[in-house]
Structures are given as C-alpha cells and as structure tokens.
Design a binder for this molecule. Sequence first.
Ligand SMILES: [Zn+2]
Length: 150
Amino acid sequence: VKALTVRQPWAAAIAYGDKRVENRTWKAPGLGRVVIHAGKAADWDAPGMAWTAAGLAPYGPGCTRSMWAGSLALGEIVAVAEVTGCHDWTRCRSPDGTLCSPWAARGQWHWVLGSVRPLAVPAPCKGALGLWAVPPEAEAAVLAQLIEES
Ligand SMILES: [Zn+2]
C-alpha cells in the first residue's frame, strides 16, 4: 500500500475532520487506496480551520508548541483513504471563481479523497517524499486494524 506524508494538523483534518482534498504540486499517479501519514514536523502556520477540523484549538501567539505537539500524532500513519479523483485546480473553478472545496488551493493539483477511515491506533512509521511504499511491519499494523473494524 502507498502512503502520502501530510503535515499536522492537515493529516488530522483528513483523519478526523472533513478535509477531503489534498493539495499537491503533482498529479496523482493513479487512484485507489492510500494511507495518510502524519509527518514528524507540524505546520505551525496552518490556518485555524485546519486546527479546528483536527479537533484542536487553533495554534497561535502565546501557545506553546509542546502542548500542541502532545495532542498530535507525529511520524505515524493516522488514516486509510481512497484517492477517488485528481484534477488540476483550473478544472474545478465554477464561474464565480470558487474551488471544489474550502480545502482546495489555487495553483495545485487536487487529490480528492473518499472512504477515509481513521486508525484507532496510529501506526508509527518513517515518512518520505512523494507517494511511498509503506514498510511491511507498518502495513501489517494498518491492515490488521481494517480487518478488525470490518
Ligand atoms: Zn478542485
């Protein structure tokens, strides 16, 4: 199974929130199952909507990173999803200029996600750039949970 590393709180916004578009500078090589891996480093500049969708209070001035980091899965696979579509941002504009989702960004490829299933027990795993193959041990931990749930 292939994985996509997404920085927090974006990864949690996919796993536990309603983020169903992942913005990338490159087109998805194909559709199908992908696991969402939360990177080791958080995106501290993420907007409030991402923190809220992740189930957290927005990170901002006066907040200590260690408190927030303690509430985030970092360096772990947090969800399993399906890439159900992928299009260039210029293909999703409606006449009034809005994009396909409040999560969609201009100038990016929009990877449309469906069937998102958060893992009850996030699986620790090293991340990588691009779409990468999950090592056997982590994959087994993920698949075991999917079987238990179904
Ligand atoms: Zn779009």
